[in-house]
Ligand binder design. Structure first.
Ligand code: R5P
Length: 295
């Protein structure tokens, strides 16, 4: 029971201090309740408004791909340079120490493996919202196949995740998956990102493309870009720089970090672009410094 004897009479109502603004820094997400906004503020740095997500979920369709044979060895040391870890519950709980401070974006669909000719034929729920809560996830990631045979099924899965996420205040990342037959055009990404946002995704992951600023402009929530296949480091930094300049709110990057000659250098260089406005050339210097410091 509170000790009333030690209480002082209230003496300062700070009448000259305005009440806090209720605005929210993330585009299109001011409507959420406090828990959702708190999670978004862990996903996106409120100061820069941006995020560096480290994607290492590739094994859920590709098995032990180059660079991800031992997630505990290759990915865990990179956590310190990134804001968000994007992976499956199996990989995260087995290979990432629970002491990390990163926000978790849980891969929550199961999708066709690389043995299936066209992965866009369909998917389903790989982890439900209770699993996400047990993993202390700040968001769940749902793969969607706009224009693919599995479009309707993947959008149904997305919508049910949005419903469940809204019940618990867990944002949903809509992932525009580019299947075999889908061209990576501006028109395609304009369509796909907009559909996922309209269906309730809190943020959308897509690929960088020509006229990316239009894709960003027409999407009412933040966009992050995937890295795609491994590029020379300078080119990957250039792509990240252009995406951020065009309005992307971050990267969800995998192979261009963990397949790099110096993953720690790439993670740090990418963070400079995303959070500190470094140009690609300046960030490449950061990469080189870390590379050479490692001998
Ligand atoms: C692919 O299986 C995953 O969705 C990845 O998270 C995504 O493609 C980003 O990784 P990367 O930068 O390697 O393309």
């Amino acid at each position: 029971m509170a000790d009333a004897i030690g209480n002082k009479a209230a003496h300062d109502y700070h009448l000259d201090v305005p009440a806090p603004e209720q605005g929210f820094f993330a585009k299109g997400l001011g409507h959420g309740d406090w828990g959702a906004k708190n999670r978004l503020s862990r996903l996106f740095n409120p100061k820069s408004g941006n995020t560096v997500m480290l994607a290492f979920d590739h094994g859920y369709i590709m098995g032990s791909t180059a660079g991800l044979e031992r997630i505990d060895v290759t990915i865990a040391p990179l956590c310190q340079y990134t804001d968000v870890l994007m992976g499956t519950r199996g990989a995260i709980r087995a290979c990432i120490p629970p002491t990390v401070h990163n926000a978790i974006c849980l891969r929550a669909t199961h999708d066709a493996s690389v043995l299936i000719d066209d992965m866009s034929t369909g998917n389903g729920l790989g982890a439900d919202m209770e699993a996400a809560i047990r993993m202390n996830a700040a968001a769940v990631a749902m793969q969607c196949f706009i224009g693919g045979a599995g479009e309707a099924q993947s959008l149904e899965t997305l919508c049910r995740a949005v419903d469940a996420g809204e019940r618990y205040g867990i944002p949903v990342l809509g992932v525009t998956a580019v299947g075999k037959e889908m061209a990576r055009t501006t028109e395609y990404f304009l369509l796909a990102t907009r559909i996922l946002a309209e269906l309730g995704a809190s943020f959308v992951k897509t690929y960088y493309c020509d006229h990316f600023e239009k894709v960003v402009s027409a999407c009412p929530v933040p966009i992050v870009i995937a890295g795609g296949k491994k590029l020379p480091e300078a080119e990957a930094l250039e792509m990240a720089y252009r995406a951020i300049s065009d309005g992307a709110r971050g990267v969800d990057m995998g192979r261009n970090i963990f397949q790099s000659e110096c993953p720690a250098g790439m993670a740090q260089a990418i963070a400079k672009v995303v959070h500190e406005g470094y140009t690609a050339a300046q960030a490449y210097e950061v990469y080189q410094e870390v590379l050479h410091s490692q001998g």
